[in-house]
Every structure is written in C-alpha cells, then in structure tokens.
Design a binder for this molecule. Structure first.
Ligand SMILES: Cc1ncc(COP(=O)(O)O)c(C=O)c1O
Length: 321
C-alpha cells in the first residue's frame, strides 16, 4: 500500500511555482494573482471549471471542453465571459508562456490547462445575482501522466457510496464531495474511489469508470448523476473505429465486481487499467489482476489520436504561413 502524497507545492504563497497565470484579462505571475474575499467562487464554490490537456503546445479536444464549459455555465446562469476564439487565444498565450518556463527547466511541453469561472464578486447572498462580472482564472501545470508501472501493472481502486449531489453533470468548483471521495482511496493506499448510488455504478472521484464484459465496453448513461468526461466521446469513437462493441447503460455492483476488465478515464489518466478493486484482483483466468486486451487496444488508439491531433495542428500552422 502506497501512502505517498502527490508531488505538489504546498505551503506559503512565496513557495508557489514561478509560473504565469491569467486572471481577469491579464497574464500575471501565479504568486501575485489575487481575488476578492467576496468572490462567490470562494464564498459558495459558485463557479465552474475545465481541465484541458495540451500536448506539445496543442490543445487536445478543445472544442469538446469548450462545449462542456458552455453547458456548465448555462446550468449556473453565469454568462460566458469570452467567445470560443477568445478562450482559445488566451489558453494558447498561457501555454506558450508556461512552456518557456518549463523548457528553461529542461521539462517537456505537455501541460494541463485549468480554467475557472466564478459568478463574480458580491455581498454574500445565496441568490444567483445577475449582472456580476464573472471572475476568469486560468493556469497551467506540467502534465503528469500515469507511470510506466501503473500502465503495465494497473492500479488499485476501492469502492464507496456516491454521497455527492444530483447535479454531478455540472463541472462545478463545489468539490467537497470529490475531496471526501478521493480521500477514501488515498487513506486505503489506492488511486481512485469507484462510487455507487445504491446498487448502480456512477463514476470515480475524478474519473469515469468503464467495465469490459465479454468483449463489450460498458459505461453508465450520460445523465445528471455523472460528469460526462471528454473521454466519453473519445472512448466511443475509438471503440467504433476498432470494432469493439460499446454501450451505455445502468451497471450493477455485481457486474463491476465480476468485470473482465475495469478502466478509468480522465484528462490526466487518459485510459488506465484498474487491476485491484477493494483488494480483489479484477478479471478472470490468466488475465486476473492484469491489464486486459481491450485496455491495451484503447490505450494504443488514444496515443494515435494524440499524435494525429499534433500532426493536424502542425499542418494547419504550416498552411497558415
Ligand atoms: C467527477 C469526474 N468524472 C469524470 C472526469 C473525467 O472527465 P475528463 O475525461 O473530461 O477529464 C472527471 C475529471 O476530472 C471528474 O472530476
């Protein structure tokens, strides 16, 4: 059981990485960025966020992330402060600024872009006050992908009740449910917490969950009880292209426990095999407790999609010159 804390910078403000960020129209050092204590994101968690992977300076599935950002804002009745083109321009500007810092430290160019929009600043009142100026914040961090050992051996997960609210489809910054959920797996030395509402699978603390049964990839329906990860569409596309049967339907606890393969997906995990659930090996026969063949095909397809997106961006750039 590993209990190591993730490699994050904690502590006082001067210890924050010397990286640029974007706050309300300005690129500024992360350690100097300040918002009001009356910001509703701080007071109520009244805001939304997005996490967009950028490989080698190219934003991966940017339009899909923007579509989800637009849906989340609309649910919260927060006006979208930027057009898609403006979001893209700001993200690219920030990626370039952060890449300069990373490359001067000898690090590669893969990054995670974090975008947050809160309703803005107002005297404390629960009502969704109209007419406020949304607070827009964006920062980059170096992408940490799963390790070679996690890919070859798979990861451990534990199960827990999904005690979050019934608007899990909104990518909201009110994340205390996810914090509690992730802590359950951390305390157990596992990577993720696979959650159930009653007898039915929902998702993990910060990932979607996929079950493989008799060669078919199963995911839960895209409803208000789960966040539709951007990898939902990707996994469906990859299955279609590879001729792997794919279905979204309710999945019982017994089906998860008896799965042939289990996988997680998220921007930073991509697709990742789960080989132990609540201490029990996942799968059957010779494949028990090992990453399975469907995972291997999806992981390879994912890497191809990343490479193709970088090639397409390079070709577009060349065409524009
Ligand atoms: C609750 C939850 N479900 C699913 C996901 C996966 O979403 P995506 O594939 O867009 O990263 C996340 C990502 O953070 C999440 O927080």
């Amino acid at each position: 059981m590993t209990h190591s804390l993730p490699n994050v910078t904690v502590g006082t403000l001067p210890d924050l990485p010397d990286l640029p960020c974007y706050l309300n129209g300005e690129i500024t050092p992360l350690k100097d960025a300040k918002i009001s204590v009356l910001d509703r994101g701080f007071i109520f968690g009244d805001g939304i966020y997005e996490v967009v992977p950028g490989y080698g300076g190219v934003l991966f599935r940017f339009d899909e992330h923007m579509a989800r950002l637009e849906r989340s804002l609309a649910e919260l009745r927060i006006p979208n402060p930027l057009t898609r083109a403006e979001w893209h321009a700001v993200a690219m500007q920030l990626i370039a600024a952060c890449a300069r810092v990373h490359s001067s430290a000898g690090q590669n160019g893969d990054q995670i872009i974090y975008i947050q929009v809160s309703r803005g600043v107002a005297l404390r009142d629960h009502i969704m006050l109209p007419g406020l100026r949304p607070t827009v914040f964006m920062m980059c961090s170096r992408m940490t992908l799963p390790s070679a050992a996690q890919r070859s051996e798979g990861v451990a997960c534990v199960t827990a009740d999904d005690f979050r609210w019934e608007k899990a489809h909104i990518k909201s910054t009110s994340l205390l449910g996810a914090v509690f959920s992730r802590q359950i797996s951390f305390d157990a030395g596992a990577l993720e917490t696979v959650m159930f509402r009653g007898d039915y699978l929902s998702e993990a603390a910060a990932s979607n969950v996929w079950v493989v049964k008799a060669g078919e990839v199963l995911g839960v329906p895209k409803d208000q009880l789960v966040l539709e990860g951007i990898r939902y569409g990707l996994i469906e596309e990859m299955c279609q292209a590879a001729g792997i049967p794919f279905a979204l339907r309710r999945i019982t606890r017994a089906e998860v426990q008896q799965a042939d393969e289990l996988m997680l997906s998220s921007a930073s995990k991509e697709v990742l095999p789960v080989t132990t659930l609540d201490g029990q090996p996942v799968g059957h026969g010779a494949g028990r407790g090992k990453p399975g063949p469907v995972y291997a095909r999806l992981y390879a397809a994912y890497q191809q999609l990343k490479a193709r997106s970088a090639q397409a961006a390079a070709a577009e750039l060349e065409g524009a010159q």
